[in-house]
Design a protein around this ligand. Structure first.
Ligand SMILES: CC(C)(COP(=O)(O)OP(=O)(O)OC[C@H]1O[C@@H](n2cnc3c(N)ncnc32)[C@H](O)[C@@H]1OP(=O)(O)O)[C@@H](O)C(=O)NCCC(=O)NCCS
Length: 193
């Protein structure tokens, strides 16, 4: 199978959750680099997406300002319905760490989260990225499925190890966070999509 056909298959697989009814809606989504003007709406969206930890609005403003090139916002008309914050790991610029991902409940299951990750990675700013990292709690089934799908999409393996322990690092107040690492990424394949 040629690279083009293989990517066509991947593209179809990506959108298999989308019914004809919401295809129009998906075409009207805009994915863009966030700015300070998005900070407040980001904060509202994160607050509405448990189990994400709420941040201060100030933190969300910084995500939209200092980390804008490695973050993405998604709007449906004027409403923010998706947001992902990320950064290049200090001293490891080949690694994109995805901090928080949120998709409005009414838009879930359409491949939006997956598209946000691909969108960030296609930017020139992320040319050097070979690995994706994030942390996930064991119970977050949607996130595990999301990142396994991303590993498959980039033809990469996914490894995991405990990073922040419930007792040791959260004093029993937060579930353990498992570090997920995906890579090296097959960039040639993803760029053709
Ligand atoms: C996690 C989240 C961002 C996924 O967004 P999404 O746009 O619905 O994700 P996608 O449509 O791209 O789906 C990705 C995968 O997750 C699966 N999935 C989605 N919701 C799921 C659920 N509730 N249970 C199990 N799997 C689920 C999809 O089937 C898909 O897997 P597949 O490709 O193997 O079929 C969204 O559910 C969310 O905002 N959750 C609350 C906040 C959160 O947990 N953030 C992530 C922290 S790491």
């Amino acid at each position: 199978m040629s690279i083009l056909s293989r990517n066509l298959v991947r593209h179809v697989i990506y959108f298999r959750h989308v019914s004809l009814n919401n295809m129009d809606t998906l075409q009207n989504l805009s994915f863009y680099i966030p700015s300070k003007e998005d900070g407040w709406a980001v904060s509202q969206l994160i607050n509405a997406c448990p189990p994400l930890d709420s941040n201060s609005v100030y933190c969300n403003l910084l995500q939209c300002y200092h980390f804008a090139n490695t973050s993405v916002a998604v709007k449906l008309e004027k409403e923010l319905i998706g947001f992902t914050s990320g950064y290049l790991v200090p001293d490891r610029p080949d690694t994109l760490f995805l901090w928080q991902m949120a998709v409005d409940e009414k838009m879930r299951g359409c491949g939006l989260a997956s598209r946000m990750i691909v969108h960030i990675l296609q930017r020139q700013h992320c040319e050097s990225v070979q690995f994706i990292e994030t942390t996930i709690t064991e119970a977050n089934k949607a996130s595990w499925a999301l990142f396994q799908g991303i590993a498959n999409y980039y033809g990469s393996s996914l490894s995991k190890q405990l990073l922040f322990d419930k007792e040791k690092h959260f004093s029993g107040h937060h579930d353990s966070e498992v570090l997920v690492r995906i890579g090296p990424l097959s960039r040639a394949l993803s760029k053709a999509v």
